[in-house]
Structures are given as structure tokens and as C-alpha cells.
Design a protein around this ligand. Structure first.
Ligand code: NAG
Ligand code: NAG
Ligand code: NAG
Ligand code: NAG
Length: 393
């Protein structure tokens, strides 16, 4: 790092590393050697500042191509990290580098965030039935005590607190669910679901999809528009820069290491708690849409899929997504949703730029979605009726 900085400083003009001939004491060596050395070093400095673009030029520097040249010198850090940032980064780095906890009976934690009772318990019961020991259920009911109709949900309520839409209390409820689910060392992957979510596949399919990959499915994209970067506040500096601010749907799945990393974070969490809320500085920042996407984009960008495995249809461009009633249900609708294999993000600026990515699972293009929302409670019978059919796809 030191030499790199010196080298970069050298390029600013006075060249302390490779002093030019004018400042040197008289030398016995022929002047042309000194001249040649300074010419070559000037050339290298120039090449470092303006890396060659063509492959022919790359070959002059290294037979391995341009990458080798840029690897030569580490990039100078854009800024000096704060004490809190360094502390946070070492903790997170070491958690991420630790080998995953081995479990004899790895389970998926299904964490339900709901105001009260869950209208699709019967459907979930069909889904869980026969797979005992490979899942666990947690319910955070923020308004009223739920009435459970399925044995898989009885006694699975965790201590809860009020949740206000758009406020940090939503993130607090997510963290509370994660903390409770982390208590069980067998839980290896953590899925956040709402009361209006339904499964789109057979249990085994979802289990294998989540367990046999090493990434978390956290939705994340850059939105330069008013519903994205327009919600950013400079108060989040220096740790959260505007260029790192991201947006994404709240419904995540996290591998265990990532769930632990979220528990370990207080630095980034406190920035969003204090400076991302509805009405602050005339902005409408929704913490649960920005905290985790931005956090993972900063600490482990390659560790997240950048799409959510929970499908939702925003194509009507309204304030709320499309919600399905009993009458909307059909085998064709569910088949349509389960066959989508492209993830689509649309920016909220006037360009309405559409960003399309294939859903890559361990490098293979696969359907994106395991769950879907939003379904009205009256859809439960229709879904139960269709369940064994559509989940075989
Ligand atoms: C996931 O595993 C693949 C190969 O199995 C590896 O190349 C990749 O770096 C891993 N990613 C993470 C985030 O650990
Ligand atoms: C997610 O996006 C980031 C860039 O923001 C990229 O570095 C990362 O590789 C992407 N993740 C996957 C799994 O492709
Ligand atoms: C399913 O997708 C096809 C093709 O995109 C479309 O024409 C049809 O209306 C969709 N059906 C439902 C029920 O959404
Ligand atoms: C389920 O699939 C079977 C065979 O394809 C079909 O006969 C049956 O009508 C389907 N049931 C429903 C509810 O769509």
C-alpha cells in the first residue's frame, strides 16, 4: 500500500522514486542511461494512469493481458475508513470466512411476519407435511395474537412488538425473527415470508434450491430515481455513500453466515434507523427496502443473488402490487409465475430503465421464484385444490 501511494504521488510531478537527472549529483555513468531509465519510468507511470485498452497494447506489458497489469498495483482506497467501519469490516470478514457450521440435520427456518393470524396455514401444512425435521417455523405477529389452525404453527409465536409500515420497526421485527431462528443451530437458511405469501413448489424443490447454493437471495439494484437514490440522505456519510445506496424488496432468504452478519451489524443499522424514515428531510425512505440491499452490497456484493425468490407483480404500476383473489386463480397463472426465469428491475426515474438479468443458480439459468405474494385469504381453497398440481412443475 505504502509503495503504491508513493508511486501514485510520484506520478503527480516531482517523482520521488525515480528522480530525474536534473536533481542528481554529477555521475560518472553515461547520461543516456539515466535518461533512458527516467524515460521508461515515465512511460510506466503514464501506462498506470492510462491503462492500455487494446489487446495489442496489453501484450506489450504482459503476456497475461490487461488484468495482470491492473493487478500490479493495488488501487488506492477512495477514503480512509472510520474506526467503527474498520471494526465492523473485520468482524464481518471473519464471520464470512469461517467455514459454515456443520449440522447433522440441516433445516430451513420459515419466518412469518404478520399482523395476526395466517390465512394460508392449511396450505403450508400441506407443504410441510412429511418433511418433519427439515424445517422450523417462527411467527412474529405484530398486532394481535394469531389463532393457529395447523400443528406446525402452534406454539411457534415469538415475542413480538408493534410494526409500523416503512419504519425501522419493520427491520427490528426481521432481526427479532432472525435472532430467534438462529438459536437453533440446525437452521442453515432463513426465509422471510408474509401472511400473504404462498409456496410455489414442492418442499424438496425449495429445500434443495436454498440449501445447495452458497448465496443468499437478497433483492438488490441501483435505482437513480426518486424511489431509490432520491431517498438517500447525506447524514449516512461517511460509511454509506450514495454510490453504494441500493434498493430491493423486503422478502429475503439468508444463509446462516449472512444471518449472523446481520446480527453483528450495528453501524449500518444505526445509519438507516436514524436517517432512513418516512418524512425525514422531505424524503420517504423505507428502511426495509434499503437497509439489507445496501448493507450486503457494501459488505458482500458477490454473496447475494440480487433478486428475491418471492414473486410479486408490480406491472400495474400502482402503489400496491397486484393481489390475487380466488377468482384470479388458475393453473395457468401459477404455471406462468413458476416458469419466469428472468429477474426484472425498473428504475423510478423518468427513463424507467428496465434492467433484466437471468436468474442464475450456481451458474445455471433456473426459474427465479419459490414463493409468491400477494394472495387474498379467500384464495386458500383454490390454492389447496391446485397445490398438488402446480407444485409438480
Ligand atoms: C460459491 O461457490 C462457488 C463454487 O462452488 C465459488 O466460486 C464462489 O466463490 C462461492 N461464493 C461465495 C459467496 O462463497
Ligand atoms: C450482484 O450484483 C453485484 C453488483 O452489484 C455483483 O457484484 C454480484 O456478482 C451479483 N451477484 C451475483 C450472484 O451475480
Ligand atoms: C400466462 O402467460 C401468457 C403468456 O405470457 C399470457 O398470455 C397469459 O395471459 C398468462 N395467463 C395468466 C392467467 O396470467
Ligand atoms: C390436475 O392435473 C390432472 C392431470 O393433469 C388433471 O386431470 C386435473 O384436472 C388437475 N386438477 C386441477 C385442479 O387442475
Amino acid at each position: 500500500m505504502k509503495t503504491a501511494q508513493a508511486f501514485r504521488l510520484g506520478s503527480m510531478g516531482d517523482m520521488p522514486i525515480f528522480p530525474g537527472p536534473r536533481h542528481r549529483p554529477p555521475s560518472k555513468r553515461p547520461i543516456w542511461i539515466i535518461f533512458l531509465v527516467s524515460l521508461v519510468s515515465l512511460f510506466l507511470v503514464f501506462a498506470y494512469i492510462y491503462p492500455p485498452q487494446s489487446s495489442a497494447a496489453c501484450y506489450v506489458f504482459s503476456s497475461n493481458g490487461c488484468k495482470a497489469l491492473s493487478d500490479w498495483l493495488p488501487p488506492a482506497p477512495a477514503r480512509e475508513y472510520t474506526d467503527e467501519e474498520i471494526a465492523s469490516r473485520v468482524v464481518i470478514r471473519d464471520i464470512l470466512n469461517m467455514p459454515p457450521v456443520q449440522s447433522k440435520s440441516p433445516k430451513i427456518a420459515f419466518m412469518f411476519l404478520s399482523p395476526g393470524s395466517l390465512p394460508f396455514e392449511k396450505l403450508w401444512e400441506n407443504f410441510f407435511n412429511g418433511f418433519e425435521g427439515r424445517f422450523s417455523v417462527y411467527v412474529h405477529a405484530s398486532k394481535e395474537k394469531p389463532v393457529h389452525v395447523s400443528r406446525y404453527f402452534v406454539n411457534r409465536d415469538i415475542r413480538s412488538d408493534q410494526v409500523v409500515w416503512g419504519k425501522i420497526s419493520m427491520v427490528d421485527a426481521e432481526r427479532r425473527l432472525l435472532a430467534n431462528a438462529l438459536l437453533d443451530p440446525d437452521n442453515q437458511h432463513f426465509v422471510l415470508l408474509s401472511d400473504s405469501c404462498v409456496p410455489l413448489h414442492h418442499f424438496d424443490y425449495i429445500y434443495n434450491y436454498l440449501m445447495y447454493t452458497n448465496i443468499s437471495f437478497v433483492d438488490c439494484f441501483e435505482d437513480p430515481g426518486p424511489h431509490g437514490n432520491g431517498r438517500y440522505s447525506d447524514h449516512m456519510l461517511p460509511e454509506v455513500e450514495k454510490k453504494d445506496f441500493r434498493k430491493g424488496a423486503q422478502w429475503f432468504t439468508l444463509k446462516r453466515q449472512h444471518a449472523v452478519v446481520v446480527m453483528a451489524d450495528s453501524l449500518y443499522y444505526s445509519k438507516f434507523r436514524d436517517y432512513c424514515k418516512p418524512g425525514l428531510d422531505g424524503k420517504n425512505c423505507i428502511a426495509d427496502e434499503h437497509y439489507l440491499p445496501t448493507f450486503f452490497h457494501i459488505v458482500d456484493p458477490g454473496g447475494i443473488a440480487n433478486w428475491s425468490v418471492t414473486h410479486v407483480d408490480w406491472s400495474e404500476r400502482k402503489w400496491h402490487p397486484r393481489s390475487y383473489r380466488s377468482d384470479d386463480l388458475s393453473f395457468e397463472l401459477l404455471k406462468n409465475i413458476t416458469s419466469i426465469d428472468l429477474s426484472v428491475h425498473v428504475t423510478s426515474d423518468e427513463k424507467k430503465e428496465v434492467q433484466i438479468q437471468p436468474c442464475l443458480w450456481n451458474g445455471i439459468k433456473r426459474p427465479c421464484y419459490l414463493f409468491a405474494r400477494k394472495f387474498y385469504p379467500d384464495a386458500v381453497d383454490g390454492l389447496l385444490h391446485l397445490f398438488s398440481n402446480y407444485t409438480t412443475i
